[in-house]
Design a binder for this molecule. Sequence first.
Ligand code: HSE
Length: 435
Amino acid sequence: MTSSENNKPVGVAILGLGTVGSQVLRLLGEHETDFTARIGGEVQVRGVAVSDASKPREGVDPSLIIDKPEELIDREDVDIVVEVIGGIDYPRELVLRALRAGKSVVTANKALVAAHAAELSAAADEAGVDLFYEAAVAAAVPVVGMLRRSLAGDKIVRISGIVNGTTNFVLDAMDSTGASYEDALAEATRLGYAEADPTADVEGHDAASKAAIMAALGFHSRVTFDDVHCEGITGITAADISAAKEAGQTIKLLSICERIVDEDGREAISARVHPTLVDRSHPLASVSESYNAIFVESEAAGQLMFYGNGAGGNPTASAVLGDLVGAARNKVHGGRAPGESTYADLPVADFGQVTTRRQIDMTVRDRAGVLAVISQTFSEHGISLQTVRQEAAENGARLIVVTHAAREHEIAETIDALGGDDEVLSVDSVIRLAD
Ligand code: HSE
C-alpha cells in the first residue's frame, strides 16, 4: 500500500547530524509546505541518530535525537533512511538493514557506494525500494542524475572532471600565488576547506571513489574504488606549476573515466585520478578555488559541462533533499526508480593499457649528440615525440619532452630506460596531459 492510499505521512530517519545532516534537517523544516506540495504528501522526520545523544544541539527537537540508529531504522513508521554519517563498514550495515527492511535509502556516502554498490543495489532490488546517492559525487552538481537519467539514452565516451574541492583549492592557490604545496595546503586547512587529516583528499582517494561511481553509471558496468588508478597531488611542486604556467597550462587533479580499446582490441573502461596538465583554454582550466566541474563527452549530446559547489553542508544537503523528494514521491504514488544498470559489463582495463600523453622534464648533459641518444631511447620504446624544448640549466641542460599518445606501460618502460641513460642526469618530473 502506498502512503497516498493510507494517507499516512512518509516517515524519514536521518542517520548523522554533522555538517550535512544538520542542514538536511533545517531545510526540511523550513520548507515543509513546499516539500509536501512537491511530493504530493507529507514527510515527517521520525528521528535523528547521533553518536552522542547527550550533546546539546541548538534548534533541534531533543525528542528526535537517538543514539541507537538500528532502533530508528526498524521503526514501522520509518519509510526512508537518509545516511549522512560517513565511513564505510558501519554505514554499510545500517544501509543494508534499512534496505532489507523495505526502506528506501538516500546516502551521500561516496566511499560506501564506490566500495559496495553491487551489494547495496542487490538489496534494494530485492526489496523493491530506491537507493539514491546524488550527493556522493560533487554534492549539488547533478552528476549522478545526469548519468543515471538524463544521458541514459546516449553513449558516453568520456567523463573528465574536477571532483575534489580541497585539491582544486590547493592547486589553484599554488597557481595564482606561486605558493608551495605545503603552504597552499596550510591555507586550505586554515580556511576550513581541508580536513584536519587531508589524506583522502590529497592522495586522490575521495576523487577515486567519485570516479568509480561516475564510470559505473556512465558505462553501465561494475566499477569499484579498487579499479581506479589513483595518484594524488602531494608530489606537485611550485616548479611544476610555474613550468605549466610558462607553457600556457595549469595543473588540475582530474578524475577521468573513458572507453578505451586495449592492445588485444577489446573494449574496456579506464577510470583514473591523477594530476594533469590542462591548457588554459580548456573549460576545466578556469575552475578555481574549491569548485567542481565535470566535462562529459557523449555520442549524441556532444560536449557538456556541469559546474558548481561540490562540497559543504548546504550544497550536499541540496542533493540529499532532491533524492529524498524522489524517494518520497515513490512512497506516496508507488513505483521505484530503475535499479542500477550494469548490463554492458565492460572490463576495467589494466592501467598499463591506458593511452596518455606525457610531459617529461629532465636534466641532461649539455654536449653534442645528447638529443640523438635520448630520442633513440624514446623511439626504441615505440614512443613518438610531439615537442622537445631545451633550456640552459645550472648543471647541464633542461629538456622538456612532450610525447604523442602512448600506452602507460610503454611510457613507464621508457622512463625507466631514461633513468639508466648516461646522458640523463635526472628525470625531474613526469606529468600527464589532458586530451
Ligand atoms: N572533501 C571533499 C572535497 C568533499 O574536498 O571536495 C567531500 O567529498
